[in-house]
Design a protein around this ligand. Structure first.
Ligand SMILES: [Zn+2]
Length: 230
């Protein structure tokens, strides 16, 4: 029963975060207009069309009114965040559950903005900061040196080759602060692999933040299942 509850909470958080990310990317306030609408025909959506995952399935992936295609990114994200919420919240104390849900919402907003508009609002990365309370932070001299070296390489990539955006750099600095050196390396490797796998299927630039967000969730789940997180 608790699993179903966490899954529903996760899918709802993802649905709301996707809406926020999508509207912010268009320069709109997340709360205005209050009701969600079809981006193509402008028709306000009925309550049943807003149910996470089910709303998309019941409409067959197309707007009920104009038939416009609705991106599969939305139900896929809702499903994955639902699963992640179950795995992170089960066995966690009350304040930590909120920390994980905030982190999932933050990662979804960032991924959504970058996926649809290829940019992120750096201020939203602060939503990951409470993750620092999920485990005791301890840095050895080797880790500090390696982290500095890693950030220098990323900084050069951003400035000189523009292979990465400044949003990617801010994101990785935050991950370094809240999760430490080795989880950050795992996240970079996983995100790079996931992004490289997508390149052959895309004829436009593939944004990196969705890969980083996906990798961060996988690493968080791994650390949680290992007992390394509260
Ligand atoms: Zn429509």
């Amino acid at each position: 029963m608790r699993t179903v509850f966490y899954f529903c909470i996760g899918t709802t958080v993802a649905s709301f975060a996707c809406c926020c990310g999508y509207r912010l990317g268009k320069g709109q306030a997340p709360w205005s207009p209050r009701r969600s609408y079809c981006d193509n025909c402008g028709h306000l959506l009925a309550s049943w069309q807003l149910i996470p995952i089910l709303g998309w399935l019941l409409q067959g992936g197309h707007c009920h009114y104009c038939g416009n295609h609705i991106s599969v990114f939305l139900p896929t994200t809702e499903f994955l965040i639902g699963i992640a919420a179950v795995l992170l919240c089960n066995g966690s104390s009350y304040p930590m559950q909120l920390v994980y849900l905030l982190a999932l919402a933050t990662l979804t907003i960032l991924a959504c903005c970058d996926f649809f508009y290829c940019f992120v609002y750096p201020i939203f990365i602060l939503g990951l900061l409470p993750l620092a309370f999920s485990h005791p932070l301890s840095w050895s001299i080797t880790e500090v040196g390696s982290a500095f070296f890693l950030l220098t390489i990323i900084f050069i990539l951003v400035i000189k080759y523009q292979g990465l955006g400044s949003g990617d750099l801010y994101f990785l600095i935050m991950i370094l602060i809240v999760l430490g050196f080795y989880p950050t390396i795992a996240i970079i490797l996983l995100a790079s692999s996931a992004t490289l796998l997508l390149i052959p299927f895309s004829n436009t630039k593939v944004p990196f933040i969705p890969g980083l967000a996906f990798a961060t969730i996988i690493v968080l789940i791994y650390l949680k299942q290992k007992g390394a997180l509260a």
